[in-house]
Design a protein around this ligand. Structure first.
Ligand code: ATP
Length: 507
């Protein structure tokens, strides 16, 4: 699996999806650039989200708020005081870790080690994994698993109580139970604020310290009244926004999974007090269906309800996707109560309430949030789509191909138009088709190399359809259309192309 992930990262670079930022200067940690196909894929993901949230829901409208906001916003939201991660350094290796992530890693390594032991025992006794796991003759594994359970509950409690000393102790204890990290020389755990700051303007009194937003949500909250009044919105309604967010993540790893500059697609749904849990359930369901509508396989997704709720939430869940490195959060759905609007009301001194004509009263609305990372969504789609296959090549010989089985609606290029040879008017005819269709979807013209090589290039970027123009095309205005996943070809008339492809690539 790790191997697949490495291949995927290499593929992203080789085919112009994702590059390291400032690569010629050896890169900048946890910052990435999207190349020619990456940007198309990313835009398609954003459009798929925007259309399903804003265009298809009468009661959800869009917003594009600024990245810079008044510094008091982040006081009110709690980010200045509490947007921290626990940090720990190893004095021997000089490596820095996020304490909670380190503990989760240790647990995963511990599990892997135990699995190996059980597998060995199963082999020795010729029974199944489950039998070996629970066989009384395997007390060592049982004992270790019990220890792990204990550590897990200590971990959950330490996170809940924000007990930094206990987090350090858990890391040290792990080394006793299962010496994985190999080193014992840890610093204390300390809190590290994840917001980037910079200075704005310069006045006689000095410049104003401002933050790069760590989430897009606050731009929605501070505009609640503007949108509600000017749009004459009635509760329940939502405001959706797509935009950059910045977090000074302690550990930069796993490619675009955890970045310091990333993009979010967030929707804040405003409801009457007491209605929030009903809407939380509804949005959970809607969002899971949205993910599954992309056809990557239902078993790839699961909910992970939070044990530990943030101080502002009364319910929270993650939608996780099975990445090559395990099930990981792609989207968070949170019932944020009236915390944010109440805080902004208090800090700004402005009344932020809604008069509900049906109830005949005013209140501070409650909020259900859906928050998804564009980059994580991008990674999940690539991970799910990446396939290496053995196929029949020229003269019946076996060949391998790498194909991105991306859902057509988000594939960067929808159609490749390939003249069989570079003469006899075939290129002109092919270019004519591109010129007609490029207003409807992203088309690519390619005449270089053999047809087989051109198909492979399109497979590698996930193009769902290739058409070939041959001499027959000149005579009867038909072309062969090749389907990416089945590699089946059929002959269709040029006039049908727009209809056939549009049907497959639209929402
Ligand atoms: P994590 O626990 O992985 O740090 P989080 O719970 O802090 O994530 P939220 O604050 O709920 O994340 O943010 C909502 C969404 O934004 C996440 O589900 C994720 O898709 C995305 N996201 C958050 N942090 C990052 C990051 N550093 N890089 C890329 N995407 C991110």
């Amino acid at each position: 699996q790790e191997d697949v992930f490495k291949k995927l990262v290499a593929h992203c670079k080789e085919y112009g999806f994702v590059f390291q930022s400032s690569e010629i200067y050896d890169g900048l940690a946890a910052v990435y650039d999207y190349g020619q196909y990456g940007v198309e894929l990313k835009n398609n993901i954003k459009k798929y989200w925007w259309d399903s949230m804003v265009l298809l829901n009468d009661n959800v409208v869009g917003l594009d708020s600024a990245i810079f906001m008044h510094p008091t916003v982040w006081k009110a939201s709690g980010h200045v005081d509490a947007f921290n991660d626990p940090l720990i350094d190893n004095k021997d290796s000089k490596k820095r870790y996020r304490a909670d992530v380190l503990i989760e890693d240790l647990m995963a390594k511990f599990d892997a080690k135990m699995d190996k032991e059980v597998e060995k025992a199963a082999k020795r006794f010729g029974d199944s994994f489950d039998e070996a796991m629970f066989r009384e003759t395997n007390p060592r594994v049982q004992e270790n698993l019990k220890k792990k359970e204990e550590i897990h509950s200590r971990f959950v409690k330490a996170l809940h109580d924000n007990d930094l000393a206990e987090l350090k102790k858990i890391i040290e204890d792990y080394d006793v139970v299962c010496p994985i990290s190999g080193t014992k020389n840890w610093t204390d755990v300390r809190q590290f604020n994840l917001m980037f700051s910079t200075e704005m303007g310069s006045t006689a009194d000095g410049a104003l310290k401002v933050f790069l937003r760590p989430e897009t949500a606050q731009g929605i909250f501070v505009n609640f009244l503007n949108v509600q009044k000017t749009g004459r919105m009635k509760i329940p309604f939502g405001i959706a926004q797509i935009g950059k967010a910045f977090r000074n993540e302690i550990v930069a790893r796993q490619f675009i999974f955890r970045m310091r500059e990333f993009e979010q697609m967030e929707m804040q749904f405003f409801v009457a007090p007491g209605e929030e849990l009903k809407w939380f359930e509804k949005w959970k369901d809607i969002r899971m269906k949205w993910h599954q509508s992309l056809g990557m396989g239902e078993h790839k997704y699961r909910f992970h309800d939070h044990d530990k709720l943030a101080h502002y939430a009364n319910a929270a869940t993650d939608i996780e996707y099975e990445m090559p490195f395990g099930f990981k959060e792609v989207e968070g759905i949170h019932s944020r109560t009236d915390f944010d609007l109440s805080q902004h009301q208090e800090y700004s001194g402005r009344k932020i309430t809604y008069y509900d004509p049906e109830k005949g009263e005013s209140y501070v609305p409650y909020v259900v949030e859906t928050s998804i990372g564009v980059d994580r969504m991008f990674l999940s789609m690539l991970a799910g789509a990446y396939c290496e296959e053995e196929v029949e090549g020229k003269d019946g010989k076996k060949e391998s191909r790498v194909v991105l089985k991306l859902p057509p609606v988000i594939a960067p290029v929808k159609l490749a138009v390939l003249p069989l040879v570079k003469k006899d008017g075939l290129p002109e005819m092919a270019k004519g088709i591109v010129n007609d269709l490029k207003f409807h979807f992203n088309c690519q013209y390619d005449e270089k190399d053999s047809i087989g090589k051109r198909y492979r290039r399109q497979d590698a970027i996930g193009t769902p359809f290739c058409i070939t123009i041959d001499h027959q095309s000149l005579e009867d205005k038909t072309v062969t259309i090749r389907h990416r996943d089945t590699m089946k070809q059929e002959r269709v008339s040029i006039s049908e192309l727009k209809g056939i492809i549009s049907e497959k690539v639209s929402m």
